[in-house]
Design a binder for this molecule. Structure first.
Ligand SMILES: Nc1nc2c(ncn2[C@@H]2O[C@H](COP(=O)(O)OP(=O)(O)OP(=O)(O)O)[C@@H](O)[C@H]2O)c(=O)[nH]1
Ligand SMILES: [Mg+2]
Length: 529
């Protein structure tokens, strides 16, 4: 087998594999069968040239078989149909048993020939293709795709028969290189009639795309044209091209069929602009806004608890922590890899679902635009194949995102310490005041009042502690609120990133892979053609 042909076969095999499940099963299987058959044909004997005589009953196939081979192996007759089983005669030192087994031709004869111009020729006499016997037709249909060269034997009465032209010649046009049409029984026509019939038949063949098919006239009975046909066969045997040409024809036909099923040959591109809205819809459906709001509230609550005025902040302790309630406060390390749903975020509302569905549909429709049905379906399956798991994946991604809630809390501790000092000042002020009030009654008269900045020290401690604590709490609240906004923004970014990764892995990548598959199939078919 020539190198280009071997490469074309490889490309055809690749195209068939890529098209499997997308293009029609018939075209894929046909291509795969061509590849397999070619491999077998060459493996069983690339040296032999298998030529079959086919045609309608009574056209003279068996008579031609005997005339060409110079034997009497084939029985001819007036009883129609005569030949019911394929028969082979092989020239050489031994019968090519494997090849004939593969062809499943049981009746076989050897013509010992070492140096004959027919050495390595296998000539087959086939039953008729237009028989009332169904298995005759089956034998023909089985062998026509397997042989290397076909000689169509036609007679002056039936050479234009629709059964021959519609069922065989036209569909086999791609094998014109390895087809010979022989107008037999030329002895039954006057020269002018023969001329006319040959011209008519040539025109018919040309119109059917068989320009390259050779047309000859012959009288198998009287021998006219037999040497010429023998010469053509000897030449085919000598240049050994028939096997390759036949396979090349197979590849061309199968590739053309695959090509048709790939559409215009242009693969659509996934529109990157559609990614952002899709991620947005996914984030929405997965509850990212709720999570972001939770981050904001939790930050405020936690910041308030840390930096608030100690005398009232216990009230805040009564509120549940929103992130804990959503089960979003667990760091990535604490996640158990087994549980599927990890957060307690609310499920998607019907509105969110509808929006997500629309986003997905738009993405898929754009990606599949212009693709033939089977391929478009595969793109759709690629995008929606894991849909059931998608929500879980999104939830896992949200649960695993680092929301950075453990960072940026350093100043809270400083404020907390300050608040303690200020609280102690208040307590000291109160105790001091009480002491000053009850000192005389306890017989401790005459304790002088200490003045700071013109005010009694205990009052300065008490008032300073209260005012300081409240002011500090107020300023901290502003800081916490600014921090909460920052945390919420960062969480939103982080969660979108995480959702984007899921979208890429579960939706974009599979669709891209499917489009790439189409692209590669188009390319493989181009190489096979
Ligand atoms: N006049 C004439 N008769 C022929 C010629 N070739 C074959 N015949 C006759 O046509 C009849 C049929 O010939 P076969 O060779 O048996 O035809 P076949 O195509 O093998 O027919 P099936 O085996 O039935 O498919 C026989 O009687 C042959 O003698 C020819 O070139 N000229
Ligand atoms: Mg016959």
């Amino acid at each position: 087998m020539s190198r280009p042909l071997a490469e074309r076969l490889k490309a055809l095999e690749e195209a068939a594999d890529l098209s499997r499940g997308r293009s029609s099963a018939e075209s894929v299987e046909r291509a795969a069968a061509v590849v397999k058959r070619a491999g077998q044909r060459v493996a069983f004997s690339g040296d032999h040239t298998v030529v079959a005589l086919a045609g309608a009953t009574g056209s003279g196939k068996s008579t031609s078989f005997n005339a060409i081979s110079g034997t009497e192996f084939a029985s001819t007759g007036v009883r129609r149909p005569t030949t019911s089983q394929a028969m082979a005669v092989a020239w050489g030192s031994e019968l090519p048993g494997d090849l004939l087994d593969w062809l499943d031709v049981k009746r076989r004869h050897l013509v010992p020939a070492r140096r004959s111009s027919f050495a390595n020729l296998v000539l087959l006499d086939l039953p008729d293709h237009d028989s009332t016997e169904a298995d005759h037709r089956m034998t023909v249909d089985r062998l026509v795709p397997l042989v290397d060269m076909l000689i169509w034997v036609v007679d002056p009465q039936k050479y234009a028969d629709a059964a021959l032209h519609d069922r065989y010649l036209r569909p086999l046009a791609q094998y014109a290189d390895v087809m010979i049409v022989v107008l037999n029984q030329s002895d039954r026509l006057r020269p002018a009639e023969l001329n006319e019939a040959m011209t008519d038949l040539r025109r018919l063949l040309d119109a059917e795309g068989l320009k390259k098919a050779r047309l000859m006239s012959m009288s198998a009975l009287e021998g006219d044209g037999v040497p010429e046909l023998r010469e053509v066969l000897a030449a085919a045997v000598a240049d050994k091209k028939a096997v390759g040409q036949r396979i090349a024809g197979d590849v061309t036909g199968a590739a053309a069929e695959l090509q048709r099923e790939l559409g215009t040959g242009r693969t659509p591109q996934l529109d990157r602009k559609q990614r952002a809205p899709l991620v947005e819809a996914l984030a929405d459906a997965a509850g990212v806004p709720v999570a972001v709001e939770g981050v904001r509230e939790a930050w405020k609550l936690r910041g308030g608890l840390a930096t608030g005025w100690p005398f009232v902040k216990w009230v805040a302790k009564l509120k549940p922590d929103p992130l804990r309630a959503l089960r979003l406060d667990q760091g990535p390390k604490e996640l158990s890899p087994t549980s599927l749903s990890r957060t307690s975020l609310p499920g998607a509302s019907s509105v969110q679902r509808a929006r997500l569905d629309r986003g997905l549909r738009e993405l898929v429709d754009a990606a599949a635009a212009g693709l033939p049905r089977g391929w478009a379906g595969a793109v759709r399956t690629a995008a929606r194949g894991h849909e059931a798991l998608l929500m879980d994946r999104l939830d896992t991604a949200i649960a695993g995102a680092d929301l950075e809630l453990d960072r940026g809390t350093g100043w809270w501790s400083v404020v907390r310490a300050l608040q303690w000092v200020l609280m102690l000042a208040v307590v000291a002020g109160v105790l001091w005041t009480l002491f000053m009030m009850f000192a005389p009654a306890m017989g401790l008269a005459g304790i002088p009042t200490v003045f700071w900045w013109g005010w009694p020290a205990q009052f300065v401690l008490l008032a300073g502690g209260v005012v300081g604590g409240l002011v500090l709490a107020g300023l901290s609240a502003v800081g916490v609120s600014i921090g909460a906004r920052g945390k919420a923004n960062r969480a939103e970014r982080r969660l979108h990133e995480a959702i984007g990764k899921v979208a890429d892995a579960e939706l974009i990548a599979p669709v891209d892979a499917e489009l790439d598959r189409h692209r590669r199939a188009v390319e493989a078919v181009r190489r096979a053609s």
